[in-house]
Design a protein around this ligand. Structure first.
Ligand code: DAH
Length: 347
């Protein structure tokens, strides 16, 4: 019996060492310790062993059983470790930098906004902020755009329901309606009402219009507004500042020109065109970039500044349009789609 058991353990040891997966293991286990297994068969012979030899035989069987169990445990441990390893994949060093994340990037609109603010800070402008929810007074009335003006047409503008309340957006008069601001020019009024001149502010931000989206229009987009109030400010100062900022942003070869226009809050008013043929994808001589003018005396009166003493200029322009020019982007929708293939190009 001893020889049989020794041979069985040796055979099991050799067999189990070669088994690498569960099905083989289960089959081997059944072959030795299962109901029809080899060890079970030896145990069944105990009945025919003479009584005085039974204790010794029992001990031998128990030893063989323990040895088999040890071999089975070791094999199962190996198989389980291999299964876990297969789930984990190849070994990694978690302290290495990730191969695929790459450094983060700023959104192109953020880059242009920050660059413009940087350029304007150099010549004394401070960044001012205003709410995106506005009231009719700040968005229109104080900017000399009366109720019958086309810019106030409900078709063009997102008005909020009468029941809407915004604790952080002050109204001038209780009956005023809230709306999503159509331009950043409202920040001019909020800034002037807050303090005394001289004033030099730049205010970038999001604006909203009921526009149908296409390659050059979006219902919400970004503007950058500037207001300068001091004594003796002239159109020449305005033109000089615009030349300076566009040359700084787009390069020395950039030119600006004014075309007479109408805005309710400036007199005279102009539209500003840029010539920047050196930029990629620019195939027109002049591109409209924004509006500007000398602050209308009526606006100064509306905020309590003496128009006989103070003068100033203001302008507003679209940030998307600038970014499209600067980076040669030909569809405004790219800015809002969060497509990493687009965004990663601005690293
Ligand atoms: N608010 C105008 C717009 O959205 C742009 C503009 C024109 C801003 C003239 C100004 C300005 O400050 O003086 O089209």
């Amino acid at each position: 019996m001893q020889d049989t058991l020794n041979a069985m353990v040796a055979k099991a040891s050799a067999e189990l060492a070669l088994i690498g997966a569960r099905p083989g293991f289960e089959a081997a286990k059944a072959r030795y310790v299962g109901p029809n297994g080899e060890l079970t068969a030896v145990m069944k012979q105990m009945g025919s062993v003479p009584k005085e030899q039974r204790p010794a035989a029992g001990r031998l069987i128990n030893e063989a059983k323990a040895a088999l169990q040890q071999l089975l445990d070791a094999a199962l441990g190996r198989i389980e470790a291999a299964e876990l390893q297969a789930q984990l994949g190849p070994a990694i060093d978690p302290t290495l930098p990730s191969p695929d994340a790459g450094p983060g990037t700023f959104h192109p609109l953020t880059l242009v906004r920050e660059e413009m603010c940087h350029i304007l800070r150099k010549v004394g402008f401070t960044v001012a902020d205003g709410p995106e929810v506005e009231t009719e007074f700040y968005c229109f009335d104080a900017l000399c755009t009366p109720a019958d003006h086309p810019a106030r047409d409900a078709q063009d503008t997102f008005y909020l329901p009468e029941s809407a309340r915004f604790a952080n957006v002050s109204k001038k008069t209780p009956g005023e309606k809230y709306l999503l601001r159509t331009h950043t020019s409202s920040v001019q009024i909020r800034t002037m009402l807050k303090g005394a001149p001289p004033i030099r502010i730049v205010s970038p931000g999001r604006v909203y219009r009921r526009d149908t989206t296409d390659a050059t229009h979006s219902a919400n987009f970004h503007q950058l507004e500037c207001l300068y109030v001091d004594k003796g400010v002239t159109v020449r100062d305005l033109k000089a500042l615009l030349d300076y900022i566009f040359e700084s942003l787009l390069g020395k070869d950039t030119k600006t020109r004014f075309r007479p226009h109408y805005f309710g809050y400036t007199e005279p008013s102009f539209e500003v065109d840029l010539s920047a043929r050196h930029l990629p994808k620019v195939n027109k001589e002049w591109i409209e970039i924004g509006g500007c003018g000398m602050v209308d005396p009526a606006v100064f009166s509306a905020v309590g500044y003496d128009p006989e003493v103070w003068s100033g200029y203001a302008f507003g322009m679209g940030l998307e349009r600038l970014a499209m020019l600067l980076y040669g982007v030909d569809d405004i929708r790219y800015f809002y789609q969060n497509d990493l293939r687009f965004l990663k190009q601005f690293a």
